[in-house]
Design a protein around this ligand. Structure first.
Ligand code: FAD
Length: 441
């Protein structure tokens, strides 16, 4: 049995720990805060519960695979629900589109409502990513990659200078289609001019495999995984801040923490599942990366709402300056509602006034609110769960993971390969588990 020390108890750290424990390793999980879950720990106040970050996931197969490969299947512990409407976009010209997930035909019909031929333009755009997904799935997303020996089809994509910004300008004359395609990147704190075109394949994943939420909210995932730490006999140390990895003769030999030094063992390994820039031993390897910054966030506890606000979709995007994203599925006491609003861009007035300008007037209905600026969020989470900011095509090579230049140190999570968001951080843990492999008996 090999000793593996996993650093960071967010989704990726727990997923890595569960997988590695099932592979027979003796796993210790170190988490700085008082509880596991990272960005999936919800905000709970005055009877309201809001998801703090993710509210849905792409690629449900990744989550199912994690649960199956680490013990009981997901269906036994949580309910993954496909979203009929992924999100509704409302544009400045008062038109709107409710984007359905999971089928090309439904998206074609939905976009046609914006104007003749729009459906075809949208589905043609999405279809172009099918080959990108097939190529990258086989050599990057699902298999540990070797950056110095890339298959030609992967190299061609990763070295291409085409940005998503350029692709969208070339593909769509209609500004609204560009806004819809750009949205997942704006929401993830990215600048479109710095994102490579291939990364737009998330639009293909949304259409092909749908977008899924968890009944009861994302905190259920955090709770179920935290319980799995116990069943898999992962030794969990919360309230333990990692200060550095001790590297001797080119290998990690220990982890230094606020609770003392933890030995890694002669053939042990370390998995870093938070921003590696915060560890002096790894910082020089990633000093060219920057974090993507989370949006200003407002959690609203609302009393009974007027009829026209009751049937909003789970996610509503109000395009403008700033763009506001309203997520409506928090948990609230009977007859009340828990909404979260994220603001992207400069918010020059109170968020309730900004919403009222979009005909979503909540001013008389707010019974509780929690306002969180980007700096406060990053402080709470000890880093950004949105991972590394794209600064061009080279970013894909600058993230660590699954392996790192230190042979027994691996990287998972939002800051690692293949990027942020639950599907990709879930894949990062699968890549780390594949790279480390089963424990020797
Ligand atoms: C506003 C917002 C909305 C989002 N919406 C979605 C969405 O709808 N769908 C989706 O798929 N994704 C979404 N995401 C992204 C998703 O939430 C994250 O990518 C994912 O949760 C990251 O998980 P992680 O384990 O990599 O990081 P984290 O959850 O950040 O976990 C890192 C953990 O490491 C711990 N840690 C940090 N430093 C140390 C240290 N020195 N010592 C010990 N422990 C340490 C932290 O306390 C934390 O528990 C959203 C993110 C944000 C910010």
């Amino acid at each position: 049995m090999t000793r593996v020390v996993v650093l960071g108890g967010g989704y990726a750290g727990m997923a890595s720990a569960a997988r590695l424990a099932k592979l027979g390793h003796s796993v210790t999980l170190l988490e700085a805060s008082g509880q596991l879950g990272g960005a999936l720990v919800p905000v709970r106040e005055e009877g309201f519960t809001w998801d703090a970050s993710a509210t849905s996931t792409l690629l449900p197969a990744v989550m199912r695979d994690l649960f199956r490969k680490s013990g009981r299947p997901a269906e036994r512990e949580l309910e993954l629900v496909p979203m009929d409407v992924i999100r509704e976009h409302r544009f400045a010209d008062k038109t709107s589109v409710a984007v359905p997930g999971g089928t090309r035909g439904a998206q074609l019909a939905a976009f046609d409502e914006l104007g003749p031929g729009m459906g075809q333009q949208w589905t043609d755009y999405v279809a172009r990513f099918s080959e990108d997904w097939e190529v990258l799935r086989q050599h990057y997303f699902e298999v540990p990659w070797e950056p110095s020996a890339l298959p030609a089809a992967v190299a061609e994509r990763f070295r291409s200078r085409e940005t998503l910004h350029k692709r969208l300008r070339k593909t769509f004359k209609d500004e609204r289609l560009r806004l819809v395609a750009a949205h997942p990147f704006v929401a993830a704190g990215q600048e479109l001019r710095d994102v490579p075109a291939w990364a737009g394949l998330t639009a293909y994943l949304e259409q092909r495999f749908g977008v899924w939420r968890i009944e009861g909210g994302m905190s259920v995932v955090a709770e179920v995984l935290a319980a799995r730490m116990a069943t898999r006999r992962v030794s969990v140390q919360t309230a333990t801040q990692v200060e550095d990895i001790v590297v001797r003769d080119g290998r990690a030999v220990a982890v230094s923490t606020t609770a003392g030094e933890i030995d890694v063992g002669a053939d042990g390994a370390v998995v870093v599942a938070f921003d590696p820039r915060s560890l002096p031993a790894l910082r020089p390897l990633v000093d060219r990366t920057l974090p993507a910054i989370p949006p200003m966030t407002f959690h609203l506890g609302l009393s009974s709402l007027p009829e026209h606000l009751l049937d909003l979709p789970d996610e509503l995007v109000l395009h403008g300056e700033p763009t506001l994203v309203v997520r409506t599925r928090g948990l609230a006491p009977e007859g009340q509602h828990a909404w979260t609003v994220h603001s992207y861009g400069k918010l020059m007035e109170d968020v309730l006034l900004a919403l009222a300008r979009h005909k979503i007037d909540l001013r008389e209905h707010v019974v509780h609110r929690v306002d969180l600026g980007a700096a406060e969020l990053v402080r709470r989470w000890r880093g950004s769960p949105l991972g590394v900011k794209w600064v061009g095509r080279s970013t894909v090579f600058q993230r660590l993971g699954p392996r790192t230049p230190v042979p027994n140190v691996y990287a998972a999570g939002a800051h690692a390969t293949p990027g942020s968001g639950l599907p990709f951080t879930g894949l990062s843990s699968a890549l780390v588990a594949q790279s480390i492999g089963p424990a020797e008996k």
